[in-house]
Write a protein of this length. Structure first.
Length: 547
């Protein structure tokens, strides 16, 4: 019996150590962004938690394109037609003038932005208001999709529950400040400061520029807080309730910040606090689903590997000039590889080559995961590139519009593939490029290295979302993770009082030393000098005599 006692104890201890299992929490996702790509990422977070058995309610301003889930209730609050028109005009104006995000941010100083006003207006929509003024469900947690809208922390204030922020991109100053990430401009690149792949540090010129961008964003941050404070008070404030937390108080009650980013593979390495959780690639499926039977057979049959060709959902081949389609078909149909080609009009395929499989709908992610897939020909949308990087498939990009040229450039710079202009494509160039991508092993090696690093983590992106969300639920907000920096005023945060004291002590010491020297000079040196003078004076006469 005694022999078993330690073992029993161990079992008891282990049971005790097991974290309590959190079941079926009610979680509210506030995904107010007007950008579909933001909603896709945030919905992936919601779906992860729903798969785990939590009850998710999502508030958005657009109907997200995804399959209905039994544990997700989506509440859509559309913006007013007037607001929609203003936003559209504003976005069109921004993109036609090639305005950068800098001028967007700079404008926030001068006048209010239609985007921000729209986000405020949205919180006043009756369906949205009903959630926080008159909740029918007791919510345990709010997940707020972040996009210059942190006044919406008011949802968590109203519902009296913890809040997790979710940012869909790489860390950037306005998001870092939410949790107090270290943003030393000497080595942490600011917004739009892109290091070359593999570049570790910034040279003088780059650091100089980085310093100014960093400082500019710091100033934007200060203005932004004031603006957000006004929105917060307007939307959620309650003067008759002295207990109601202020905007600044809510900023100190943020439980976590999710970043759709993975430092070790995407780089650069930056210092982050324990409240920053990397969930890079959350929108990428971790385990492929089985392919449709005929497609699986087609791919399994290939001896030379396969190529996936898809220009996404927006660009259709019917929009592309027939000569270009002919160029593409002529080259692809002569390859020894199999080609899976996303093609809308199945009645009118460009040809009947036996090595090409045309289909209107393709499970892109699952095809990229297939071991026979050797090349992805893509329009360089962010989602597709992320999937190919995850699965380690080299790419040939035909960027068409929007952010695609930038994505293609970065992908090629990273050594994951090449890009071509589809409008001026010739058979020779295409054939040459495809041959280079398939025969030169460096592309597959680079993207393979990235893929290996990207997947090598203690918890996958989905596991991180589940673990850390439940951690917050288990520990009533997990505020113990917070950086002390969040709770410091600007003077203490920058140690100004300590430096000031040191300077003061230094000055006082100097003063005392000076007085002491003076005293010594006058009383001691003075006496010595008096003595010298007298001796000099007595020596003077004989000297004079020499002349
Ligand atoms: C929904 O949640 C329940 C538990 O509340 C869980 O058993 C079920 O698997 C979830 N559904 C899906 C599709 O994951
Ligand atoms: C799940 O959330 C919805 C609100 O979106 C609510 O109506 C429903 O009662 C919740 N289910 C459970 C089991 O709490
Ligand atoms: C404001 O606070 C008071 C006191 O707590 C409360 O009775 C009232 O319902 C609140 N008003 C709103 C709009 O939340
Ligand atoms: C795969 O190969 C087998 C035998 O070589 C052949 O019978 C079959 O038709 C092929 N399937 C496809 C989809 O090409
Ligand atoms: C491909 O085959 C189908 C049916 O066999 C035929 O109707 C069509 O004209 C062919 N297309 C081309 C481009 O040869």
């Amino acid at each position: 019996m005694e022999k078993f006692l330690p073992a029993c104890l161990l079992v008891v201890l282990m049971l005790g150590i097991q974290p309590a299992i959190i079941e079926g929490a009610n979680i509210l996702g506030v995904f107010n962004s007007h950008s579909p790509s933001h909603v896709i990422v945030n919905m992936a977070v919601a779906k992860t938690l729903a798969d785990r058995g939590h009850n998710i309610t999502v508030l958005t301003q657009m109907k997200p394109k995804f399959q209905p889930h039994e544990n997700i209730t989506v509440i859509v609050a559309l913006p007013t037609p007037e607001r929609e028109r203003i936003t559209k005009e504003y976005m069109a104006q921004m993109s036609s003038q090639q305005k950068s995000s800098w001028s967007f941010l700079a404008k926030l100083f001068v006048r209010s932005s239609p985007i921000l006003d729209g986000q405020y207006e949205w919180t006043q929509h009756p369906r949205v208001k009903a959630i926080y003024e008159n909740p029918q469900t007791k919510y345990d947690l709010v997940i707020l999709g972040l996009m210059l809208n942190d006044f919406q922390l008011g949802f968590a204030a109203k519902l009296r529950c913890p809040v997790i922020l979710s940012w869909v991109g790489i860390p950037m100053p306005l998001m870092d400040s939410q949790v107090g990430n270290i943003d030393d401009p000497a080595y942490v690149p600011s917004l739009n400061v892109a290091l070359e792949p593999g570049q570790l540090t910034m040279g003088f010129g780059m650091r100089f520029v980085n310093f100014f961008k960093h400082s500019f964003l710091k100033i934007v941050d200060v203005f932004m807080r004031q603006k957000m404070n006004d929105y917060y008070n307007g939307a959620f404030g309650n003067d008759s309730d002295p207990e109601f937390p202020s905007y600044y108080e809510m900023k100190r009650r943020i439980s976590l910040l999710f970043y759709n980013y993975h430092g070790p593979s995407e780089g650069p390495i930056r210092p982050t606090v324990p409240q920053s959780i990397e969930i890079g690639g959350i929108q990428v499926k971790e385990k492929p689903d089985p392919l449709p039977k005929d497609l699986a057979e087609f791919l399994d049959n290939s001896t030379e590997g396969a190529i996936l060709f898809s220009l996404g959902t927006n660009a259709r081949f019917t929009d592309i000039r027939p000569q270009i389609v002919k160029v593409l078909y002529n080259v692809l149909s002569k390859l020894p590889q199999l080609v899976v080609w996303k093609w809308e009009d199945m009645e009118n395929t460009p040809g009947n080559a036996s090595n090409i499989y045309f289909s209107k709908w393709l499970p892109q992610d699952d095809i990229l995961a297939h071991p026979k897939t050797r090349l992805f020909i893509t329009h360089a949308g962010k989602g597709g590139i992320a999937e190919a990087q995850f699965h380690g498939v080299p790419m040939l990009a035909f960027p068409i519009f929007g952010d695609q040229p930038g994505n293609a450039e970065l992908m090629a710079k990273s050594g994951f593939g090449l890009h071509l202009d589809i409008l001026t494509l010739t058979e020779d160039v295409l054939e040459e490029t495809i041959r280079e991508l398939l025969q030169n092993p460096t592309y597959a090696a680079s993207v393979g290295r990235f893929s290996a690093l990207y997947r090598d983590r203690p918890l996958t992106a989905r596991q991180s979302v589940v673990y850390w969300t439940e951690y917050v639920l288990r520990h009533q907000g997990a505020y113990h993770l917070q950086s002390p920096r969040l709770h410091m005023g600007i003077v203490a945060r920058h140690n100004l009082d300590v430096y000031g004291t040191l300077v003061l002590v230094g000055l006082v010491t100097l003063l005392i030393l000076r007085l002491a020297f003076r005293y010594v000079f006058h009383n001691v040196l003075g006496a010595v000098r008096g003595h010298c003078y007298r001796t000099k004076a007595t020596n003077k006469k004989p000297k004079d005599k020499l002349f």
